[in-house]
Design a binder for this molecule. Structure first.
Ligand code: SAM
Length: 277
């Protein structure tokens, strides 16, 4: 019998965001592979978990994956965690998970926090589809190329960004996606100074430029460019689609939200009086 690899999410700031199942699994496995063992020991101590920790990070992924694989093949259960959030999401883990699949070892998710999902859930931007870009390249030209490639997407773009690069990235977003494009910036999610900025790209650039310094962890989200002629209001487009297509109200609301780059709930509210008519 081979063991199981549990991929366990941990909090992104607030220790209360640990699930009951994560605590149980981390207490039951033979070994926990963690990015920074000293950092993770604090979390484990908080929950009274005494399981042995072994380092697994960007610089020893390949070699450690082999060692962990041997333990799994020997029948031991192993958990994989990262410093915060969900492993493999802009964090180490891919190598080990992929090797487990190749060797026929079961990989089980123990889901929980992830900044990308937490950010999107409060952004008020269309989420029927979204594209996660991870961290944008640090070099200006490469960053602009990625933004350029994604600017006409029909889905909301989500990226992780370092605070000292936020202004440069926002300035690129203004240039490439337009000053009126809608953005949301989630800062320090689940922590004491949690903040959500919502507005146009230009408003975001102005607002964050006025601060002494941008601090904390950030998720930057950019709404898709409106595809419908901009002169049509939400109500006009709702009526237009109702009169010229066979779509039902649910699909109409979805399409208008996508085209106008606004939340589905906002379009739904505007559609209510029209439905009565
Ligand atoms: N695996 C993590 C996850 O599932 O979200 C992401 C790890 S990645 C190395 C760290 C980046 O995630 C940060 O630089 C920031 O962009 C984002 N992030 C992590 N925690 C955050 C938080 N509390 N608020 C906002 N962004 C956060």
């Amino acid at each position: 019998m081979t063991g199981t690899l549990y991929v366990v999410a941990t909090p992104i700031g607030n220790l209360e965001d640990m699930t009951y199942r994560a605590v149980r699994v981390l207490g039951e496995v033979a070994l926990i592979a963690a990015e920074d063992t000293r950092h993770s020991r604090k979390l484990l101590t908080h929950y009274g978990i005494a399981t042995r920790l072994i380092s697994y990070h960007d610089h020893n992924e390949k070699e450690r994956a082999e060692q962990l694989l041997a333990r799994l093949q020997g029948g031991e259960n192993v958990a994989l965690i990262s410093d915060a959030g969900t492993p493999c999401i802009a964090d180490p883990g891919y190598e080990l998970v992929q090797r487990c699949h190749l060797e026929g070892i079961a990989v089980v998710a123990v889901p929980g926090s992830s900044a990308v999902i937490a950010g999107l859930s409060i952004a008020g931007l269309p989420t029927e589809g979204f594209r996660f870009l991870g961290f944008l390249p640090a070099k200006a030209q490469a960053r602009r190329t990625v933004l350029q490639r994604c600017s006409d997407e029909t889905a909301t773009q989500v990226m992780y960004e370092a605070p000292h690069r936020l202004l440069a990235t926002l300035s690129d977003i203004v240039d490439i996606c337009g000053s009126d494009c809608r953005v949301a910036i989630a800062r320090e999610l689940t922590k004491r100074h949690e903040e959500l900025f919502s507005g146009t790209a230009q408003e975001a650039l102005t607002s964050f430029s006025e601060r002494e310094a941008v601090k904390g962890e950030l998720v930057v989200m950019v709404a898709p460019a409106p595809r419908q002629a901009p002169e049509m209001t939400i109500t006009e487009q709702l009526l237009h689609l109702r009169q010229t297509t066979d779509l039902n109200w649910k699909d109409i609301v979805k399409q208008v939200a996508r085209d106008q780059g606004v939340a589905g709930s906002e379009v739904y509210r505007e559609s209510l009086p029209l439905r009565k008519g």
